[in-house]
Write a protein that binds this ligand. Structure first.
Ligand code: APR
Length: 247
């Protein structure tokens, strides 16, 4: 089994690290992940993009979840793991954070927004599905919670949806392109807190390894890609990173 010292050595020897995060980096902030016992998907079924567009009842359920914070993404502050990642970015050790998370905590921990590549969008605002106009959740919440008004676009009148990428929704082209560029440019791809079960996001660790980069995975549980990794550390992200990327 690899040790924290092995990971520290890999990071020290790397020229350019890409950090890839999943929900496991936010659990120490009190935000549940998806597939651990008690995780989000053990309490509710995902609402697919097709369901959201095709059913008013599903839209109502999706907005209720968003406005009541059912998934927990609207609370929680950055934890030691986020701040250690921010130190890796600030020191130039890591060039970017590719994240599957939608909780905005990498930005909140001080990583410049342009160095956070959000593959699954962001839960802190909404967008029109047609003209992509941005809508603030607080502007949409009262009409929905008080009068049941389902959000529509103030510009074009079409449906508005949380800026989180739902299952079945097209992946964001820009972030996917940038994630590929960063992945092919790194010599160490560091996965923090992901089961690596959801594609195309989970394709990036493999892409890095196939491109000759070292792949390191820090995750409490085994992941679907441990067999491709040069280092696997089944440990808690916050304590590990606090030790090897000290403040
Ligand atoms: N330290 C280390 N590992 C942790 C910690 C922690 N503090 N907390 C949780 N983990 C691990 C869990 O053991 C789990 O394997 O993080 C992993 C999180 O996996 P998932 O819950 O599957 O979350 P994620 O991989 O981010 O899911 C990917 O699936 O539902 C979609 O869009 C959603 O972005 C999400 C995607």
């Amino acid at each position: 089994m690899s040790s924290r010292a092995d990971l520290a050595r890999m990071i020290d020897n790397a020229k350019r690290v890409v950090v890839f995060t999943g929900a496991g980096v936010s659990t120490e902030s009190g935000i549940p992940d998806f597939r651990s016992p008690g995780g989000v998907w053990s309490r509710m079924k995902p609402i697919t993009f097709q369901e959201f567009v095709g059913s008013e009842a599903k839209r109502r359920e999706a907005w209720t979840r968003a406005f009541t914070g059912a998934a927990g993404w609207d609370r929680g502050a950055p934890n030691a793991g986020h701040y250690a990642v921010a130190r890796m970015i600030a020191s130039g050790r890591a060039g970017a954070v590719i994240t599957q998370n939608v909780d905005n905590l990498h930005q909140a921990s001080g990583v410049p927004a342009e160095q956070v590549i959000e593959l699954h969008g962001n839960a802190s605002f909404a967008k029109c599905l047609v003209c992509e106009a941005r809508h603030e959740l607080e502007d949409l919440k009262a009409p929905f919670m008080d009068r049941g008004v389902i959000p529509t676009c103030r510009v074009c009148g079409e449906l508005v949806k949380s800026a989180v990428v739902a299952f079945g929704q097209p992946m964001p082209e820009g972030p996917m392109q940038r994630a590929e560029e960063e992945t092919l440019d790194c010599d160490l791809f560091l996965v923090l807190g992901s089961s690596l079960a959801v594609y195309p996001a989970a394709g990036f660790p493999l892409m890095a390894a196939r491109n000759g980069a070292k792949l390191a995975i820090v995750n409490r549980e085994p992941t679907e890609q441990d067999r491709f990794a040069h280092l696997v550390l089944q440990d808690e992200i916050g304590p590990v990173l606090s030790e090897i990327v000290p403040a």
